[in-house]
Design a protein around this ligand. Structure first.
Ligand SMILES: [Zn+2]
Length: 64
């Protein structure tokens, strides 16, 4: 996924951003994107379904 697509995902809150299990713990905004200063960095809390939603921007994450 390109950085551009990740930025669009964060803006639109429609797409799920996939996080490799090896990259946990994950935080939002992701380090690699141009939205790194979108809001204060928050560590994502994944639920039993390996999903998480950022409380600041609403971006959805899934462990793959
Ligand atoms: Zn966020």
């Amino acid at each position: 996924m390109s950085n551009e697509l990740e930025v669009e995902a964060l803006k639109n809150n429609k797409n799920v951003i996939e996080i490799a299990r090896g990259n946990l713990p994950a935080s939002c905004p992701p380090h690699s994107t141009q939205t790194w200063d979108l809001h204060p960095r928050v560590v994502l809390a994944f639920d039993d379904n390996d999903k998480a939603q950022c409380p600041y921007c609403g971006a959805q994450y899934l462990i793959v």
